[in-house]
Design a protein around this ligand. Sequence first.
Ligand code: NAD
Length: 486
Amino acid sequence: MNKVFEGMYVGGQWSSTGKTFPDINPSDGSVWGDAPDGGRMEARNAINAAHAAFGEWSSLQFNERAHYMMKIAQVFEKRQADITAALQGEGGGWFGKGMFEASYAPEVFYAAAASNYAAIGEIIPSEFGKLSMAVRRPMGVISVISPWNFPVVLTSRGIAFAIAAGNTLVLKPSEETPYCGGLLFAEIFEEAGIPDGVLNVVTCSRDNVAEVGEELIENPLVKGISFTGSTAVGRQIGARAGAHLKKCCLELGGKDSLIVCDDADMDRATGAANFGSFMHQGQICMSVEKVLVQDTIFDEFLKQFIERASKLKVGDTTKDNSHIIGPLINDKQAARVKGHIDDAVAKGAKIVLGGGVNGRFVEPTLLVGVTPDMKVYQEETFGPVVPVIPFKTDEEAIKIANDSEYGLSAGVITRDEHRGLNIARQLETGMCHINCSSVNDEPHAPFGGSKASGMGRHGGRWATDTFTETRWITLDRGGRGFPPGF
Ligand code: NAD
């Protein structure tokens, strides 16, 4: 059954332009729903609505906003089953991935509620005996642009702390997941009784995204931008925001390594490689995109990794919950991933598992003999394809891991905690997880990348920093004189 959209959500009202675009189920190519197609005017109306709501929302007591965040979390909890089904239908994800997203979202809102009870400033010493304070305040209207791969989690993360801090928002979800990343949130905010205009949702097709995006950044009422998506688009957004001197948080792509040392627990190592490389078909910003294995255990590791990965079932995620590997999001992504496999093979790599591409379905694929001239070594693949590369020393593993324009996350598997920390310290990434895969997120921890993986942090007090402005306020008590002559 097709999803029926009520329209876009602006100032607490559902409205439609009459124009729609097809929201496709990537498993079978059917139209999952017809999503409202907005343009510059709808974006402008949404910004105006957010601006109108800012005064009252930011003036609420911190605990009142926290209570609202908890109500949102509770509505999310109630809707876990239908959110999971929507994620399978609209996004092509496995049932378990849908359950994970649906249960993670309330945690984000609970964490955002908790953040409102933390200190909002610091007292600084003053040589003149002033009361000198660093205080934070909300910025105003923030534009949030979110991606399709984990639409519920990443939209939650993009909006919860920003709203808790007192900002009001315009959300533009990806055209691939206008419901799970956007209009679902409007439904939930409405049911939770959040005041009108605090969250506004504008959806649009890829044809209109340039003009909507332009308005969401350049409109003078917008004070901050939160973008999660590809590095290519992130660079454009960052440049545009910079030209207007607007604060911008960019969470972008990655090419993460999992380093498996010779003293690794083999079961832990192959589990981390399998989950990190193939969860949601490798369509995670912090997916394992290179498995680096110490040469003395390479053959044994590869044998066990192949054994594990070959058990992952591929198929339509809406038909069978045991289909862990669903389709890639669209034909363009499938062609890109196939391009990476073909390029690697043409340049001498060997496929040791998988390699099959059937429409949007790509088999979990392991490659050996991968060299730095191959796309699969350099570029983000964003699919279920991973090279397994041998290394001799820890220095060499660090060098290969850092040989990338990206720097999002990493994993290191070793029984030696000192060795793990020593490697982690030398990796040029925003995050690193020892004895785990690179895929990790917790709502209260600092999430973000280095190098071309972005700037700014989500999570906990780091998100509060991202979505507030710090001000210096002093109160003189007669201690500061002026130079003679004044
Ligand atoms: P994308 O860059 O194509 O799209 C992201 C969002 O930007 C979408 O909402 C899209 O509609 C919008 N957009 C596109 N062009 C725009 C423009 N000119 N102006 C304004 N908005 C525009 O990325 P995607 O394909 O949706 O997501 C996959 C990418 O996101 C991967 O590279 C992945 O690594 C990255 N990602 C990063 C993180 C992170 O936290 N670092 C998380 C998830 C995904």
